[in-house]
Every structure is written in C-alpha cells, then in structure tokens.
Design a protein around this ligand. Structure first.
Ligand SMILES: NC(=O)c1ccc[n+]([C@@H]2O[C@H](COP(=O)([O-])OP(=O)(O)OC[C@H]3O[C@@H](n4cnc5c(N)ncnc54)[C@H](OP(=O)(O)O)[C@@H]3O)[C@@H](O)[C@H]2O)c1
Length: 505
C-alpha cells in the first residue's frame, strides 16, 4: 500500500511517500481502508518527536481518519466488515490502510460525507467538551476564543454560538476573522494589529469575558487572563504558539476565576459514556446541518508534507484534509471471502446467534445505526388471540369468533389484535439484546407507530430491529430509540412498524 512515512524525525519536508506492506491486526483491532484523513496540529509535532506520544521509527503520521472496515480481529464485537467509520488512530492514518484499536473506532451515518467525517471528531469533540463539560458556557455569557480560525478554534466559535454564547473571535489576519464572522462570531479582534486587552475592554466595558478558550498560549495568555470577568473560566486547550505560558497566580485570586485544563483524549478514556453522549450529540448537529466543518483545502496523499507545512505556516483556516483513496463501492474493496464472512455474520446475527451481546450501556451508544438482527419466528394462534381478548376486554368478533370469521373474513381466519402484535415487541427485543451489567430495560414509549398489515390467526411473525438513537440521561440511564419492523412470513408488507423508546438502567 502507499503511505507517507517518517523515517527520521524532522520537518514535513523530510517525510517520504512510498510503498510499504499493509498492517496486520491484533484480536482487538480493525483494519480500515482509509478514504480521507484530517491534518491536525499533533501531526506537525509527532514527526519532530515533540509530541506526548512517541511512535518508533519508521511510522506514518496521521491521527484521524474516515474509511471502511475491511478486516476485524476476533475479539471485536460491535463493528463489522463494511462499516463506515471514523477513527482516532494516533498515527498511521496517512496511508491507504491503518490498523486501529476497536475502542477508538466509531460508526458514522451514511448521510455524513468522508471529508466531514474525517475532519470533525477531534476538533468538535475537543471544543464541545471544553465549552460544555469544562467551561459550562451558558446562553448570554461572553467567550473570547484565541486562534479562532484554527481547527479547534473555529469549531469553538461555531459551537459557542449554537450554545447561545456571545463570541469574540481573535486571530492574526482579516481573512481569518472574516471566516470567524461567517461562522457566527459577534465581535472580532486582530491580535497582530490590535492590543488584545484594550480590544476586549472596548467590547465588554469593564466587565471582561466570562470564558477564555485558549489553544495558542504564549504571549496572548496573560492579556487574555487579565481580560476575564469575576468568576470567569479560562480554558487551557493548547500551545500552538510553541510556548507554554507562566502566569502570575495573583491574577486568578483577584478575578476569583478558574484556570482549567481541557484534555479531550484523556476525557474520552476516563469518561467514555459522557464522551459517547457528546459524540452522538455532535453527529446529530452535523446531520441537522447545525454545524459544518470549514475545509481549507483537500490535498492528495503524496502532498501530506505540503499540508503539514501549511499548518505550521498558519495558512490553514479550519481544516486541511487528505484524500487518501477514492470512494468506491464496499464490495470492490472487501475481498470476496470477507464479503462472504459479512453475509455469514449477518445471517448468524439474524437467526442463530441471538441475543446480540453488548458489554455495557456505552457499547450501545456506539451501535447507532446498527442492526440488532432479527428475532426467531413466532406462531400466532387462536389461544393467544383469545387470551389477549380476555385480558383486554376487547372481544370483537373478528378476533374471537372463528365460525363467523370462516364465512366473512379474508382466507376465513380471525385477525390478531393490533395491540397484541405491538405487545409482542418486548418479548422479541428481550430475545434479541443482552446488555452486561444492566438492571432493567423498560419499553416506555412509542413514536411513529403504524399497523400496516393485519396478522391472521396461524401467521408467523418476527421482528427486525436497529438502534436509531441513544441518549445518556443525567441519572446514568440510557434512553434508546429502536426502529422495529414486524415481518409476516410470506407477505411483502410488515404487520407493524414503530420507533420504540426504551429506558435502560
Ligand atoms: N487539549 C486538547 O484536548 C486538545 C485537542 C485538540 C488540539 N489541542 C491543541 O490545540 C492547539 C491548536 O490545535 P489546532 O488543531 O486548532 O491547530 P491549528 O489548526 O494549526 O490552529 C492553531 C492556531 O493557532 C494560531 N497560532 C498562533 N501561533 C502559532 C504558531 N506559532 N504556529 C501555529 N499556529 C499558531 C494560529 O492562528 P493565528 O494565525 O490566527 O494566530 C492557528 O490558526 C494545538 O496546540 C493542539 O495540540 C488540544
């Protein structure tokens, strides 16, 4: 396969574009055919041996990719060959294939294109965590964002605006600030020509800003800290300037303010459920068109060095993307035997290997869009229908009078109550899913339910289901939205379709 390789540490110009063997996977990894990869600040550091992670030489840089799973280790349960995914691989992504630990791989809906997918997780994941979990930005609060046209900065501008903040974007050129305005910034400061502190004073009066979002550090940090309001929050995100600032502690005392670190990578590992919730909210925002990554330029794989050079030279506005491969049909990139594997896997999921096992609630949030397979067939007989009529007092003759039904109804058969079919969903779902460590599973609501085709006495029915949405609740429970489709054997139209809402404790 083709890859961009770092054989000795140095500037981007020392990277080599060459042919190397494809990676192999361990039992907990997946192999991804990379379609697009994002260029991030750590790529510029890792090739110079200046980053916190230090891969052994030679290695391909590239920490964030979008692509298709073409192989998976035998311990991987929640992903399948052919899944469209994004992955935070650390390095190895500027290559046609990359092996990644399965817990760093996330499925993406088909509505999100490859470039957006590759460019979103790291920037928006970081900025959403910073603003929501650390800064607790509230509507009407004022936030100063430094390096506002960079990757994480521009994501912060867009998200802060969506969260109701008053955004002051600060960057080094007019061109950059215009993009920030396009993304919703209310005020702008060009810190290469204006004094940061004086400009914030002019905008906020004597009050100062409630939050500072700082991915730059260096000489901007002290004037930014001095521009804070009483009880403000200063978010330490990064040091793109190359200088870690040393700040006088008395400023924090005088302002009664908090200086707080933001470390998204550690957050995803230490608080996976909260992180998954954030990612699922971000995917929904992208889907609705509420947020959209600004793409600076799309480079070919051979031009990775130029893309990293442009980032170092502060030319990139938003995100630089590497188009690694053309998007092609999944069947064409998965070897025939693997395609067969996938068919077999699906078949096993559908009939033989019930239930689908999830290691915990978090694993469910990673399975959005995934099939839960198909339940076993169930024969609907008269005894069942009559029992249901007795229990619900719904004694209409179409359900219970077999003699009249033989004369008057199509095929001479009684019809099961629609609500009987509906009530069987719980039994089917119980058969289909098993979640480790879960106390209770309540089906407590239904959206968009329709009874499409009557179930006649003697019909065989079964359920197909997939997870459409998962929302983690404040009390730790998980609200799950499951698309259900109840098939009647031999009939083209289903008996019942609905989105079931379940609460998992
Ligand atoms: N804490 C976390 O979890 C986390 C997560 C992601 C990223 N980060 C960190 O956040 C920082 C920014 O990342 P990014 O992806 O947004 O990078 P980026 O796209 O390159 O943006 C960085 C911005 O910083 C400004 N800057 C000031 N001095 C610079 C210099 N000497 N070299 C380069 N840029 C300089 C530039 O804007 P102007 O030209 O307008 O000044 C640039 O747009 C990095 O330090 C990265 O490691 C931290």
């Amino acid at each position: 396969m083709k890859a961009v390789i770092c054989e000795q540490f140095g500037l981007p110009e020392s990277l080599l574009f060459k042919e190397i063997p494809s990676p192999t996977i361990t039992p907990n990894q997946v192999l991804i055919k990379v379609i697009a990869a994002a260029v991030n600040f750590p790529d510029s550091l890792i090739i110079q041996n200046k980053y916190q992670f230090k891969p052994t030489l030679p290695f391909a840089p590239g920490g964030e990719v979008a692509g298709i799973i073409i192989d998976l280790g035998k311990e991987v349960k929640h992903l399948q060959i052919g899944d469209r995914v994004v992955a935070l691989c650390g390095w190895g992504g500027f290559a046609e294939q990359v092996a990644v630990d399965a817990n760093r791989v996330f499925k993406i809906p088909s509505a999100i294109n490859w470039q957006t997918a590759a460019a979103t997780l790291y920037n928006y994941g970081t900025s959403y965590h910073a603003l929501k979990d650390r800064g607790q930005l509230q509507p009407g609060q004022t936030i100063l964002i430094l390096g506002a046209a960079g990757g994480v900065g521009l994501a912060a501008v867009e998200l802060a605006k969506k969260m109701g903040g008053i955004v002051i974007a600060a960057a080094s050129s007019q061109e950059k600030l215009e993009i920030c305005q396009k993304k919703g910034a209310d005020f702008t400061i060009n810190y290469s020509t204006e004094d940061l502190r004086e400009s914030v004073k002019k905008i906020t009066g004597d009050k100062g800003v409630d939050l500072v979002y700082d991915p730059v550090g260096g000489a901007l940090a002290e004037p930014a800290l001095r521009s804070m309001s009483w009880k403000g929050r200063y978010l330490v995100v990064g040091f793109a300037s190359g200088t870690i600032p040393s700040l006088p502690f008395n400023l924090a005392l005088l302002k009664g303010c908090a200086v707080m670190g933001v470390f998204w990578g550690a957050f995803t590992e230490k608080e996976p459920a909260l992180s998954m919730q954030n990612l699922s909210e971000l995917v929904q925002m992208i889907w609705r068109g509420d947020i959209q990554q600004e793409i600076y330029k799309i480079y070919a794989l051979k031009d990775v060095a130029q893309a990293i050079r442009d980032l170092i030279d502060r030319k990139v506005i938003g995100k630089a993307i590497i188009q690694v491969s053309e998007e092609i049909e999944i069947e064409k990139i998965i070897p025939t035997d693997k395609t067969k594997d996938k068919e077999i896997q699906n078949q096993q999921l559908s009939e033989k290997e019930l239930p689908v096992r999830f290691l915990n609630k978090t694993a469910l949030t990673q399975a959005i869009g995934s099939s839960l397979g198909t339940s076993n067939w169930l024969n609907v007989n008269q005894e069942m229908i009559t029992n249901f009529a007795n229990a619900t007092l719904d004694q209409q003759w179409v359900h219970i009078d077999t003699e009249k039904a033989a004369i008057l109804l199509p095929d001479g058969k009684t019809i099961a109550h629609g609500y009987l079919s509906m009530s069987l969903v719980s039994q089917f779902l119980y058969q289909m899913i098993h979640i480790e460590g879960v106390n209770s599973f309540f089906n407590y609501g239904i959206n968009k339910a329709r009874f499409i085709n009557p179930v006649q006495c003697g019909d065989r029915i079964r359920l197909h289901a997939n997870i459409s949405q998962a929302e983690l609740q404040d009390n730790g429970s998980l609200k799950l939205f499951i698309n259900c489709n109840m098939e009647i054997k031999g009939k083209s139209k289903p008996a019942y379709v609905a989105e079931i809402i379940s609460l998992i404790l």
